[in-house]
Design a protein around this ligand. Structure first.
Ligand code: GDP
Ligand code: MG
Length: 163
């Protein structure tokens, strides 16, 4: 069975890096394509024997603090509405931020499956942030390094029973 995974989280945590790794090629930046929405990007992902659709959320990058929360809510609702599973990503090096807590609150209210990922997880600088991620109330965090390709086994283990 095929499914759709949406990657959500605040800017700069590594969502697009994971998207590119799962899709296996660098897609052209949607910025370069006039008239194409920059907010959501869709690709066909592959992880071992799993094939699924993955959605990358952007569109928060140039929001100011004033406009960020409303945009986050709308964009997250849209992505979650399209998805069977939601991967909520935080930056383990930065730890849990107030913006992460708002995302977690939005996601806890949704019935969709949520997988929590603590990215930038390579090295000991991430240890405290991975522990901190438990405080979001979304269960056990997967320790990932999207850039180095670490933790994909754990991601697979979490996706497989849902898929
Ligand atoms: P997005 O805004 O959430 O889509 O984040 P990006 O994928 O654009 O990544 C933001 C920055 O974090 C980039 O400089 C990436 O190279 C870096 N990054 C992404 N994943 C990792 C990781 O696993 N470890 C480290 N150290 N940096 C990462
Ligand atoms: Mg991005």
């Amino acid at each position: 069975m095929s499914f759709t995974l949406a990657i959500v989280g605040r800017p700069n945590v590594g969502k697009s890096t994971l998207f590119n790794r799962l899709v296996g090629k660098k897609l052209a930046l949607v910025d370069d394509q006039p008239g194409v929405t920059r907010d959501l990007r869709e690709g066909e992902a592959r992880l071992a024997d799993l094939k699924f659709t993955v959605i990358d959320t952007a569109g928060l990058e140039d929001a100011t603090d004033d406009s960020l929360e409303g945009r986050m809510r709308r964009l997250t609702e849209r992505a979650v509405g399209m998805a069977d599973i939601c991967l909520f990503m935080i930056d383990a090096r930065a730890g849990v931020t107030p913006v992460d807590m708002i995302f977690a609150e939005i996601l806890r209210k949704r019935s969709a499956h949520v997988i929590l990922a603590a990215n930038k997880g390579e090295g000991s600088a991430a240890d405290a942030g991975v522990i901190d991620a438990w405080s979001l109330g979304l269960g056990e965090p997967i320790r990932l390094s999207a850039e180095h390709g670490e933790g994909l086994n754990d991601l697979y283990t979490h996706l497989m029973p849902i898929a």
